[in-house]
Ligand binder design. Structure first.
Ligand code: GLA
Length: 354
């Protein structure tokens, strides 16, 4: 049994997911693979290949980690969290051996953690011979990030990993969880590439949670359930920096729609301008840029990128660049293109899986 879940690139629509807004991510070719097989003992043994570490814990009554098996930091929290949340969703987990490997750099803003949670979820569901609707699995994996890992992230990364498809970006409306495929063919030599700013910030310990709390406070003051419902003319009444945070969210939703329209009319130069505008707003209104990110964006623009912006939670991580035809790949840039979403391969459990 083998499960693969890709990382993601978010073309545009940043910090909109937990605000009931719009985003336009796609799944990338790189991801996390979990190979699993059942074992007679009601315990889970997991190995993280890249780290050379392992973890083992009991499944009390064949379903949940035994009392006292509290989550630990790092990758172990994901394994224990996904197992426990599946147990809580009435999935009867068998004992299992899991091997986790992947090719997404951790902390680079390409959602290695969501990919790991999704791959673990699919692998454990496969071993339990159980099914779960993909939106429900996305929510379950997000709960693991929120409650077991401590990062108050939204659903962007999990939905992109689970619903991504080749040559397709996904327009996600987080107020309804409606997903609409938008062709992203990158024809005539246009390319997208990521460049690592080299700066690492753990979402759980970062200003990300603070931004989320600021948006919640802005909603309280405006008397709305989510910033999606906020009216532009009411923002002036918000204290600083809440007004700027809300303005970013409202403008970013508009930019997502404009990007979809530009892609539909094959106007990639316009997409580049929208990426640049998104970055400016993330820097000026959301205060989520850093000197290392600014240097990376500056380097890409100087090299002639049609657009470049910070991506994901911010405060470090990767920068996304849109490169016009004939532009050479800047140093350190890694080309990305929309690729298949997560999948489970139910094959014979042979040791060759490992
Ligand atoms: C991180 C989170 C997502 C989303 C982005 C910002 O990637 O995991 O839920 O909030 O930041 O758009």
């Amino acid at each position: 049994m083998r499960a693969f879940a890709p990382g993601r690139v978010n073309l545009i629509g940043e910090h909109t997911d937990y605000n009931g807004g719009l985003a336009l991510p796609f799944a990338i070719a790189e991801g996390v693979t979990v190979c699993g097989r059942t074992r007679a003992e009601p315990r889970i043994l997991a190995r993280a290949l890249d780290l050379g570490e392992e973890d083992e814990f009991a499944l009390a009554d064949g379903a949940r980690p035994a009392a006292g098996d509290t989550p630990t930091a790092g990758w172990r929290a994901f394994v224990r969290g996904v197992a426990a949340e599946l147990g809580a969703a009435d999935v009867a987990l068998p004992g299992a051996e899991l091997v986790i490997g992947g090719e997404i750099p951790r902390g680079a803003g390409l959602s290695s953690s969501a990919a790991m949670a999704v791959a673990l979820g699919l692998a454990l569901l496969g071993l339990a011979d159980a099914e779960l609707d993909r939106r429900a699995l996305a929510r379950l994996c997000s709960r693991v990030e929120n409650e077991w890992v401590g990062a108050r992230t939204g659903l962007l990364d999990q939905l992109a990993s689970l619903f991504g498809a080749a040559d397709t970006a996904l327009l996600i409306d987080f107020s309804t969880l409606e997903l609409s495929p938008v062709p992203l063919l990158l024809t005539s030599g246009w390319r997208l590439a990521t460049v690592d700013s080299g700066e690492r910030r753990e979402l759980a310990g970062s200003l990300y949670n603070e931004r989320r709390a600021e948006c919640a406070r802005a909603c309280e003051l405006l008397g709305v359930d989510s910033l999606r419902e906020a009216r532009r003319e009411d923002l002036a009444g918000l204290p600083e920096p809440l007004g700027r945070r809300a303005l970013h969210v409202l403008d970013e939703n508009v930019r997502v729609r404009a990007t979809v329209a530009a892609l539909r009319s094959d106007d990639l130069a316009q997409v580049g301008d929208l990426l640049n505008a998104s970055h400016a707003s993330l820097r000026e209104n959301y205060d989520s840029s850093t000197p290392a990110v600014e240097r990376t964006v500056g380097h890409l623009r100087d090299a002639g990128a049609a657009g470049a912006r910070m991506m994901g939670g911010g405060f470090g991580g990767s920068v996304l660049a849109l490169l016009a035809p004939d532009m050479p790949l800047p140093s350190g840039a890694h080309p990305v293109r929309p690729s298949r979403g997560a999948l489970l391969v139910r094959s014979l459990e042979t040791s060759s899986d490992y």
